[in-house]
Design a protein around this ligand. Sequence first.
Ligand code: G6Q
Length: 542
Amino acid sequence: MSATIPLTQKTEWHDLQHHAVQIGQHHLRELFAHDPERGERLQVSAAGLYLDYSKQRVTDETLDLLLKLAEACGLQERIEAMFRGELINTTEGRPVLHTALRAPKGESIWVAGRDIVPEVHAVLDRMTEFSNKVRSGTWLGYTGKPIRNIINIGIGGSDLGPEMAFEALRHYSRRDLVFRFVSNVDGTDFVEAVRDLEPDETLFIICSKTFTTEETLVDAMAARDWCVKQLGAGQALANHFVAVSSNQVAVERFGITIDHMFGMWDWVGGRYSMDSAIGLSTMLAIGSENFHAMLAGFHAMDSHFRHAPLAKNAPVVLGLLQIWNTNFLGAQTLAIIPYEQYLSLFPAYLQQLAMESNGKHFTVDGNAVDYATSPIYWGAAGTNSQHSFFQLLHQGTLLTPCDFIGFCQSFNRLGVQHDLLMANLFAQSEALAFGRNAQEVRDQGIAENLVPHRTFDGNRPSNTILAQCLNPHALGALVALYEHSVFVQGVIWHIDSFDQWGVELGKALARKTSAEVASSSDAVLTHDSSTNALIRRYKGCR
Ligand code: G6Q
């Protein structure tokens, strides 16, 4: 099957390379001029999201060739293998079943002889019961006061998803509750988060799948000390700490009882876990009904991904366009530009999702790749970003594809503001695609010496994703769209998108270094001369 012929030796790969040379001779202006239906045709809809990819440098033939490559890589079978719970995370020997987190009650997904869907719903039910108590003020702190502040302590996948979701769904959140997210081992993060809070009204959610992550445990201990200092003995803390984890022993060792722990499973990757109990802060903010609406959005996109034909499959098309831009047009980054203030953390969230999943240079068989894998995902909300880095997008020397994301309705309609926001989104993608040539500049009466500076080459590709409004369902669908598009790319690149061995070396060195940094002695340092000098300098100046 797919793996037998290396990717770059497949006929389909060569066909795409030849095709890229042909496409290189055509400007998006021509592609649109020769095909008046293009803007209506090159789009795909799923789960309430509309993806317009007509401003990509593609033709119908490009899509056909990409789909043939996907077929040659066994994409359809890989999708099924993921949904069925096969051990597709091969380097960790695990199934990959974040889709089970949003499977409706009554569905069955079997892992090692157990139907995991009832387990998922048992946790969801406990989350609902708990969040109802906190939200209704019946979950009381040590001094009998209801909880007013909720602090999520976690890092990476146990932070980026929850914080992004909280911001994204702030419109739905309880405004009388304070939500904060502490992730960094930098003490400033914790100190600033609790500065204006009272411990007897504060609930900490210690979010750590493994419950061994050093940063999270250090922050959790800081939280415990902060509470003990004001509330007294350890038992006072019982109702101020809950844990989300798959490691019951470590949770209990920390001092949180099993009744206050919400479970998760090793078949959920951290960066794919915002819809598990890792999203407890989300449920506390928006309530269980809205949380279930978000799960329904995820599930709608899952069903589409599993069943829609590949040519009309939104995550497949999105993923293949990324392959096209990266491997055949040479793009090295993808800018994510939400025209929606509530999605301002979405680029950072996608950064982890995509780059930790596909930033790898070995195939699942352990062979070094001879093609580019994940581009760098980055970005910021529009319109602010137009006034910072868009200069480079329009006139720089790098090819920088963009994904624009916008919503037809705003929750905060102020005069003309939403129309203005969306007009900017449409204008940016139009300017990137079509540019303004020298003649058009001259026609505007611009002085000749300024003509080159006022000229825009255009032909710069982008997608536009539109949805009705940023409600919980739309957020779930949007996140699932990107989750699956990342998977599609991983299948084509033949890499394990679900491990993250690349973060290990730095962690191991930090363990060794932290003992040396902590010690007050001048023991001989055994690093390279730069690292030794930096450590000595730090110890001398701290
Ligand atoms: C995500 C990664 C990573 C993980 C953090 C936190 O896919 O695995 O970002 O989420 O390292 O891990 P814990 O939840 O185990 O503390």
